[in-house]
Design a protein around this ligand. Structure first.
Ligand code: NAP
Length: 514
């Protein structure tokens, strides 16, 4: 039987008492390890984090906690080769895709370490300036931010077992809030291993970072009023989290990152250079991490006279993508994470195909070094919808794999209306060369997106990528995308702090700034 991965809770390693759930290699089909959370005393684990780790973290300044994050980053860096191996085995990713997850996580942590240094030797934050409450200048109001005295529970998705942990844990730990992470079962190994390495390095106070692998049963029941929960995953599970009695009873703060039908728009009169950039980005977004990115382009919009040219150019790029076993150096795109996901993506693609034409057919492509009967690999497929107005499914169905739909539009207003049919997305990207038209379009779409990524020829070489989440910028989206807000530099700390107004004499308030 394969190795049973340990949970880390109450400041110690703990094995589940059940037989466990097997994790598999999605390319070879072999069993890699098992996870199990049966029999854990979750109440004791949450209490330990709240009562032991919370005070220990809050006793430190932001700069000291930033230094802890930097030390955690060093541990991760030292074990990076092992994380690449685990990622290839358990997520089926090629090296470049592993980098997005592993190195992206380390980079994000490093960014929060530096932000902590910048906040300096203080234990609370001021929010805004003192404000007079009446005519008397001696009695004023000052808003303050204090770390919440609870636990941050992260329930994470399968696609980013590293980055998904650190992009949340960086801001939480910097804020002084202990973390309990429950990774998605299919790819839990990398999260488990990273937490284990960090815990064993003894950098953080005991209980500051815990991992529970396997079933989520009972986790939400532990939540108390000053805890927070940050969820990434499907809209269905998000609805369960939001309506959980512990959340409703204790006003537990919830952050949700759910599914999102992200767009890319080639603006009217964008020019051939912008068309090339658009084509490149759409093809890259479809294939990076096999399309298993919450931010990936799902809908691509072009002026109607460029529909055929864009379709051919994207298809030509996709045809060059070698798909199969990530251990083969010639392979550019690895696997989906599981047979379940492969079935879900195939099912979603079949449904979309009932409403679209196929512009590039991935099902015809042979896999490299992988058995199609076993490997969870599929080549990218580009679909097209010539009548996007009368086609609700293409704006509504998220296929979480290497699939996107190309659509023509009449004019800019039509394009923006079509983009908005996604009902709120994580990101939209715009392609063009006229700075005025690009900035107007960005403002037009900003209210329904967490991020608008604008690509013009002058930033072709330096732009950070449509789907790449940078810690300096907001990650999240309104409406269907879950309504969450993560990252965005110091803005991320708000979620882990409580805001209060202190009304007092100017002299008292001046002490708060010290
Ligand atoms: P999921 O089924 O909702 O699972 C997400 C997480 O929730 C997993 O850790 C899962 O654990 C856990 N979970 C499942 N049922 C639960 C319950 N009743 N109570 C508490 N936790 C529960 O999502 P998925 O299908 O694995 O994830 C893929 C989806 O995530 C995609 O469709 C994508 O739209 C979305 N996603 C969004 C973002 C974003 O940032 N917006 C990022 C990545 C993915 P188990 O694994 O043990 O079931």
């Amino acid at each position: 039987m394969s190795e049973l991965l340990l949970n880390h809770l109450s400041g110690r390693a703990q094995a589940g008492t059940g037989p466990g759930t097997a994790l598999h290699d999605p390319v070879l089909g072999t069993e890699l390890a098992r996870v199990d959370a049966t029999g854990l005393d979750l109440a004791a684990g949450f209490a330990f984090a709240r009562e032991q780790a919370g005070p220990a973290l809050r006793a430190l300044t932001y700069a000291q906690r930033g230094a802890l994050l930097a030390a955690v980053g060093k541990v991760l860096q030292a074990n990076r080769d092992r994380y690449y191996e685990i990622s290839t085995a358990n997520s089926g990713t090629v090296k470049n895709d592993t980098a997005v997850d592993v190195d992206g996580g380390i980079y994000t942590l490093g960014t929060y370490a530096k932000l902590g240094e910048g906040l300096g030797e203080r234990k609370h934050l001021l929010d805004g300036e003192m404000v007079r409450l009446g005519k008397d200048p001696a009695f004023q109001s000052q808003h303050v931010l204090l770390p919440t005295r609870g636990v941050a529970l992260f329930i994470n998705a399968f696609n980013f077992p590293s980055w998904g942990l650190w992009e949340k844990a960086g801001p939480a730990l910097l804020s002084g809030v202990p973390v309990i992470v429950k990774p998605a079962t299919a790819t839990a190994w990398l999260t488990q291993r990273m937490v284990q390495d960090v815990v064993e390095a003894g950098i953080l106070p005991p209980g500051a970072l815990s991992v529970v692998c396997g079933s989520s049963a009972g986790l939400m029941d532990q939540l108390q009023p000053f805890d927070v929960v940050s969820f990434t995953g499907s809209a269905e599970t998000a609805a369960i989290i939001r309506s959980h009695p512990a959340v409703a009873r204790g006003s537990v703060r919830v952050n949700i990152e759910a599914d999102s039908i992200n767009s890319a728009v080639l603006l009217p009169d964008a020019g051939s250079e912008s068309l090339d950039l658009f084509v490149k980005e759409v093809a890259r977004e479809m294939t990076q991490k096999s399309g298993q990115k919450c931010t990936a382009i799902r809908r691509a919009f072009v002026p109607s006279d460029l529909y055929d040219a864009a379709a051919q150019a994207i298809a030509a790029r996709l045809a060059k993508t070698t798909v199969g076993n990530p251990r083969n150096e010639t392979v550019r795109m690895g696997a989906l994470v599981s047979r379940g996901q492969l079935a879900a993506v195939r099912g979603g693609l079949a449904e979309l195909q009932q409403h679209t034409e196929v512009l590039h057919d991935g099902s015809q492509q042979a896999l490299v070094d992988a058995d199609p009967a076993v490997a969870c690999c599929m080549a990218p497929t580009l679909l097209g919808a010539r009548d996007p107005d009368g086609n609700p499914v293409v704006h509504d169905l998220e296929v979480f794999g290497p699939v996107a739909t190309l659509m023509p539009y009449r004019d800019a207003a039509h394009a923006f209306a079509l983009v908005r049919r996604g009902q709120g997305s994580l990101v939209a990207s715009l392609y063009g060369s006229d700075a005025g038209a690009l900035s107007a379009a960005a403002l037009e779409l900003a209210d329904s997106h967490g991020r608008v990524h604008v690509i013009s020829p002058d930033v072709a070489a330096t732009q950070t990528g449509h789907g790449n989440v940078m810690p300096q910028s907001l990650h999240g989206g309104p409406g269907r995308a879950g309504g969450g807000e993560e990252l965005g530099g110091l803005r991320a700390l708000n979620f882990y702090h409580r805001r209060a107004a202190v009304q007092a004499s100017t002299g008292v308030l001046q002490n708060l700034a010290a």
